[in-house]
Design a binder for this molecule. Structure first.
Ligand SMILES: Nc1ncnc2c1ncn2[C@@H]1O[C@H](COP(=O)(O)OP(=O)(O)OP(=O)(O)O)[C@@H](O)[C@H]1O
Length: 319
């Protein structure tokens, strides 16, 4: 056993019920035999098309989804049964950031209560220590103490997501599952949140499982990458190998959907970035078309590369 947390042959099958008696007639094999080993302070990317099972893996690891079979080893012990217990040592060490902080925060709770919840659940801090910890957490995500008395709706989407990051790291977890953490944000804000996540990693040596459909963001954030297709990993490896020498046809197809822009050509990069941001701001919509092709603007982000995902064929196929 080498990793901090090890996932062995993880399966999550959802029963499909039908008929008058509501009998189980089939299963959705959402996750169907996945192995993953997390080391300290590293970021693992999980990419794949919609419905391939990415979120289900994340939820199963954090204990929000019941696993059908497989093991989760933490400190050398199989904790797959305790993963769903609210206050176990494992649950303290594996936290989650959701795509939309607005829906994961209770709108009636002030930020002081949002941040205090994990601290009170998992630590024995005095009220003074608790407050100091909250101010330290806000500081690391670029916010000040006055945020504590406000409500979630009083912040911008990016600020809320930064508070989500602060809450996830509040009790020093070893692993944070980040499920599409920036895909609901405007392009200009995405990079900011990602940079705060990187800074937190440097400070606390936390590992991330970074779930995204955006290969540009994954390239920027991750050390190791798993490509997922129909509940399984079709390819797994370090970033360089996956991007420079993809072995599997499905990975090649995913990568080729994103035209790469030479990262050394800064002028070109900047010009494209500004162009894409302008298009996004003007359109405020997911898709935009140019020269007969349709592009997915939400697939555009990342501080180092700018790319438009050509989704013409998907749309034509789905129409
Ligand atoms: N509670 C559920 N009951 C039945 N099927 C489910 C349930 N949750 C997810 N699924 C199915 O499991 C499969 C994997 O879903 P999952 O949400 O993990 O995919 P994903 O790769 O995260 O997709 P997306 O990128 O769209 O979020 C899909 O076919 C989905 O419809």
């Amino acid at each position: 056993m080498s990793g901090l947390i090890e996932i062995k042959d993880l399966k999550v099958h959802y029963p499909i019920r039908s008929g008058f008696l509501n009998r189980v007639t089939d299963y959705v094999y959402a996750v169907d035999g996945v192995d993953l080993s997390f080391e300290e302070g590293k970021t693992y990317g999980l990419v794949g098309e919609s419905g391939s099972g990415k979120s289900t893996i994340g939820k199963a690891i954090v204990g929000l989804e019941k696993i059908t079979s497989g093991e989760i080893y933490y400190n050398g012990k199989d904790v797959s049964k305790e993963a769903r217990k609210r206050r176990s040592d494992y649950r303290q060490n594996v936290q989650m950031i959701f795509q939309d902080a607005m829906s994961s925060f209770n709108p009636k709770k002030r930020i002081v209560d949002v941040l205090a919840e994990p601290i009170r659940n998992f630590t024995n801090m005095t009220p003074d220590e608790e407050r100091r910890r909250m101010i330290e957490l806000l500081d690391i995500v670029g916010l000040t103490e006055d945020a504590l008395t406000k409500y979630p709706h009083q912040f911008s989407g990016g600020q809320r997501q930064r508070i989500g990051v602060a809450r996830a790291v509040a009790i020093n977890p070893k692993l944070i599952i980040a499920d599409e953490p920036v895909s609901a944000l405007d392009l200009s804000v995405q990079a900011q949140v990602l940079n705060f996540m990187k800074r937190i990693q440097e400070e606390y040596n936390v590992s991330y499982l970074f779930i995204s459909h955006d290969l540009g963001v994954v390239k920027h954030m991750c050390d190791e990458i798993a490509i997922m297709y129909r509940g399984r990993f079709t390819e797994y490896g370090n970033k360089e190998d996956i991007y420079e020498d993809p072995q599997h046809i499905y990975t090649r197809r995913l990568l080729s959907a994103i035209p790469q822009i030479d990262p050394n050509n800064r002028d070109e990069h900047k010009k494209n970035r500004l162009r894409v941001e302008k298009i996004y701001q003007e359109n405020q919509s997911k898709y935009f078309s140019e020269n007969g092709r349709v592009y997915d603007l939400k697939a555009v982000s990342d501080t180092h590369s700018v790319a438009l995902k050509d989704v013409s064929s998907t749309l034509e196929g789905g129409a």
